[in-house]
Design a protein around this ligand. Structure first.
Ligand SMILES: CC(C)(COP(=O)(O)OP(=O)(O)OC[C@H]1O[C@@H](n2cnc3c(N)ncnc32)[C@H](O)[C@@H]1OP(=O)(O)O)[C@@H](O)C(=O)NCCC(=O)NCCS
Length: 335
């Protein structure tokens, strides 16, 4: 291999739980409506994991699907990175349970940058490949958010769903992953938070009774505004530093939080919605899993051709955000 070593996507896959939860489920337990949820978020339904189904169950299925797409056997993986805020257990990591279910023995660890986790995990996986420290890396985004929802809080519980997506990275002569931009603003930590269950507020009878182990979002509007600003800003910065214009982007895949956020990001960038993936109607917000799920579904739908320029961008608690620019190198989906 000559020149700098790069990382490229060799395969992508995803996995969703079977149970479809339409907005009517929330109409039956809360003062809300299908119309309100669709108008404000674009969400029509989401998937919830079955009892006993864990993040690593979904992650394992997504990795297997990505490995199949790449024509690579599980034992060729030499690193597993899982972005998640809902690991099966605080320790070991979801990546470790995934490794065990794949029946292999490579290093495995989790990355937690909340809904922006996949951007951070993808940059990390690529850095391992570019430095020569790894050859074949599975980068996963996987969540079972249904276990951290307060089903009495209509402003949050209608937004989220469960699922997993994964890519397999391999070394390449030309860049697959052209570049990344990552950002974090800890000053806004409280506006999207699970308050209890960590060292600040360990689990107690009070924390459970107060539903403090669930996602809290005291100002959805502020989150909305920052999501638009930071995703559009990260994309612009990344395109500038990589020598591309928004007009060069074949497909924009924003974090699937809310269709209005995605429309606003695309508008700010001057990218027409025909060149953006909006999957939120059927999937909801699956946090760190949303981008690789949307990527996989777009690829299987034939929306990502060879050499396509694909721009991913994410935003979530932290606040944290990111953007990754890819030249698409994975094989065509099997027909
Ligand atoms: C949550 C969100 C959809 C709310 O939409 P909004 O237009 O900002 O609405 P507001 O929060 O101002 O609330 C407006 C009203 O709707 C109500 N409301 C909130 N959720 C509701 C629901 N599910 N059904 C019906 N009414 C609801 C509020 O209680 C409020 O009522 P009030 O005016 O009587 O107090 C929107 O702010 C959003 O999408 N924010 C980003 C959230 C997100 O993506 N977070 C994850 C990022 S990773």
């Amino acid at each position: 291999m000559s020149g700098r070593r790069h990382a490229a996507i060799a395969g992508v896959g995803s996995a969703l739980p079977d149970r479809v939860v339409p907005n009517s489920f929330f109409e039956s337990i809360l003062d809300t409506s299908d119309e309100w949820i669709r108008q404000r978020t674009g969400i029509g339904e989401r998937r919830f994991a079955a009892d006993g189904q864990t993040t690593s169950d979904l992650a394992t299925a997504a990795v297997r699907s990505a490995l199949d797409a790449a024509g690579i056997a599980p034992d060729q993986l030499d690193l597993i990175i899982c972005a998640t805020l809902t690991p099966d257990t605080p320790i070991p990591a979801a990546a470790v349970w995934t490794q065990r279910k794949l029946g292999i023995g490579c290093p495995a660890f989790d990355v937690n940058a909340a809904c922006a986790g996949f951007s951070f995990a993808l940059s990390t996986g690529a850095a391992f490949i570019e430095s020569g420290a790894a050859e074949t890396v599975a980068v996963i985004g996987a969540e079972v958010l249904s276990r951290v929802l307060d089903l009495t809080d209509r402003s949050t519980c209608v937004l989220f769903g469960d699922g997993a997506g994964a890519v397999v990275l391999r070394p390449s002569d030309a860049p697959g992953l052209i570049g990344s931009v990552l950002g974090t603003d800890g000053k806004a930590a409280e506006i999207l938070i699970i308050p209890a269950g960590g060292s600040a507020r360990p689990a107690s009878a009070e924390s459970v009774a107060g539903r403090e182990h669930s996602i809290r979002m005291p100002s959805g509007r502020e989150v909305f505004k920052r999501a638009v600003t930071e995703m559009a800003g990260a994309c612009r910065e990344l395109l500038d530093k990589s020598g591309f214009e928004p007009g060069d982007v074949d497909l924009l895949i924003p974090h699937q939080a809310n269709s209005r956020i995605m429309v606003a990001v695309a508008e700010r960038l001057g990218i027409a919605m025909e060149r953006a993936v909006v999957d939120v109607e059927e999937i909801g917000n699956t946090s760190a899993a949303s981008i690789p799920i949307a990527l996989d579904r777009a690829w299987r739908a034939g929306r990502i051709g060879p050499e396509a320029l694909v721009l991913l961008t994410s935003f979530g608690a932290g606040l944290a955000w990111g953007a990754n620019l890819l030249r698409w190198t994975a094989p065509e989906p099997a027909s």
